[in-house]
Design a protein around this ligand. Structure first.
Ligand code: SF4
Length: 492
């Protein structure tokens, strides 16, 4: 669809709306390109109102959407920008809804953190009922999504109330996996191809941990939660993991750390010896990520293990008594069906995990190519999977506690972390709600610096690939310097 903007350049908001309404359309910005389908989105901003008008032509039909948003009370440029975007999104939404007769489940909300909007109203003193009404009447959000947004916002506000200004979280990335999953857009290196890089990577990571711990100490920061992700951290051998966690625990003061989580993502990397190493170093939470318990789906995504392997792994995990265990599932995987997903979730509930994260498949361009020839469930089928997951998890005693959306998600749905009350993974809340800084070490991640008091967020990105990470000492030092400077200014 050809997109023509006047008075703004809000590509992200319009493209997200485009995906929600017209998943097969791709944005075209070249004015010379002939396109039958077209949206012209104009924005004008006066002293009192931002007014957006969308004229949409699709499949021979035309519609016009108009949205007017008050801007006179905006305290700063940041808020003004948010309100301008709101007008743009709403005008596109109204025109697209008129043409298609469809209201997406998240209505006019296109952002990746819909819980933040609910949280803002709750913090301003709105009751849950009032917040629900705003999400319904202003943003046209469907009932179950409003409930998800409000419940996850409440979990976020609870976590926020318990944070001190000098507390941060620590992330360590292990960007290796046994094989690459076909839907993966992460820059993880398959161990088959990069085994020789693991030792040098570990050596450099140990040095970075030493430097980072020194910086954290000198800056007066405290670690509130620790998370090791990837990739698949358990691709490290038991001895390598022991070395890494031993060094980390000796280097950082973890006396105030309330959560120590390791992703033990793939069953084909887990054994009793490694799990014991995690326990011995203080891990109180692990995440096993089968994604599906259907053998043909596991084959379709390139996993080299079976559903029976996952079952054995979960028996092993249960026998070792980790305080908290998460399992990740994905709705919408290639070759899956609503019945297959239902079987997966039902089995998963029998494994004793107190956290279950239900993702919706998000496919970037590169991954789509890898999946050519596979049957990808439709948005309606993914909707049916989630319609089964949410009430089933609720009746099993789970509550949603964090929520986010991604670009290119099937049906423009969401990822939701569910848990038994009291088993919330705080790191997930901190990062999704952007409540405090996350210091990231290793390759493939990004460090997020959050000054919650002043509403400032900055990011620095890390080397993507292990080879680049190993070589770029300058980049590692620069990132730590940026983190130090940001927090010295913040704590002044
Ligand atoms: S386990 Fe995760 S990071 Fe590794 S290849 Fe699969 S999806 Fe990507």
């Amino acid at each position: 669809m050809k997109l023509i903007f006047r008075g703004h350049d809000d590509r992200y908001a319009v493209e997200q709306s485009l995906l929600a309404f017209f998943p097969d359309e791709r944005p075209v910005y070249d004015p010379a390109q002939e396109e039958e389908n077209c949206a012209e989105v104009a924005l004008s901003v006066g002293k009192k109102f931002a007014t957006a008008v969308t004229n949409l032509t699709y499949g021979g039909k035309t519609a016009r959407g108009v949205a007017r948003v008050a801007v006179d009370a905006a305290p700063d440029e940041y808020e003004l920008e948010r309100l301008r975007q709101k007008a743009v999104k709403l005008s596109f939404f109204k025109a697209a809804r008129e043409i298609t007769g469809v209201t997406p489940s998240w209505g006019a909300l296109t952002g990746i953190r819909p819980g933040k909007i609910a949280g803002r109203y709750l913090e301003q003193g709105c009751s849950e009922k009032e917040t629900d009404r705003i999400l319904r009447d202003t943003y046209f959000v469907a009932p179950e999504r409003r409930r998800l947004a409000i419940e996850t916002a409440k979990a976020g506000l609870k976590a926020k109330a318990d944070l001190a200004p000098n507390e941060i979280s620590l992330y360590v990335g292990i960007p290796f996996c046994p094989t690459r999953c076909s839907y993966c857009s992460f820059v993880s290196a398959s161990v088959e191809k990069s085994f020789s890089l693991m030792e040098p990577y570990l050596e450099v990571l140990l040095a970075e941990i030493t430097d980072a711990a020194q910086m954290v100490k000198e800056t007066g920061l405290k670690i509130k939660s620790f998370y090791m992700g990837g990739g698949t951290p358990t691709t490290l051998s038991a001895a390598q993991m022991d070395r890494l966690l031993g060094h980390l625990n000796r280097s950082f003061d973890l006396s105030g750390c309330v959560e120590y989580c390791i992703e033990a993502g793939r069953p084909d990397t887990i054994d009793g010896e490694k799990l014991q190493v995690l326990l011995d170093h203080g891990a109180d939470r692990i995440s096993v990520n089968p994604q599906s318990l259907e053998d043909h789906v596991l084959r379709a995504i390139g996993r080299k293990h079976s559903a029976a392997d996952i079952e054995k792994t979960m028996e092993l995990v249960a026998s070792m008594h980790f305080p908290h265990v998460n399992m990740d599932l994905i709705a919408g995987l290639p070759e899956d069906t609503p019945e297959g997903f239902r079987r997966t979730l039902d089995k998963c509930l029998g494994y004793g995990a107190d956290n279950i994260t239900v993702h919706t498949l998000a496919l970037k361009k590169g991954s789509r190519i890898l999946l050519e020839g596979s049957k990808i469930p439709t948005a309606q089928e993914v909707g049916a999977m989630l319609d089964y997951a949410n009430p089933t998890l609720r009746s099993a005693g789970f509550m949603p506690y964090y929520l986010y959306r991604q670009k290119y998600m099937s049906g423009s749905f969401e990822n939701v972390g569910w848990c038994i009350s009291g088993a919330e993974g705080l790191y997930n809340i901190y990062i999704m709600e952007e409540l405090h800084s996350i210091l990231s070490l290793g390759a493939g991640g990004s460090t997020k610096m959050v000054d919650a008091r002043r509403g400032r967020i900055e990011r620095v990105f890390h080397a993507k690939f292990p080879t680049e990470y190993i070589q770029r000492e300058d980049k590692r030092a620069e990132n730590l310097r940026a983190f130090r400077t940001f927090h010295e200014n913040m704590l002044k």
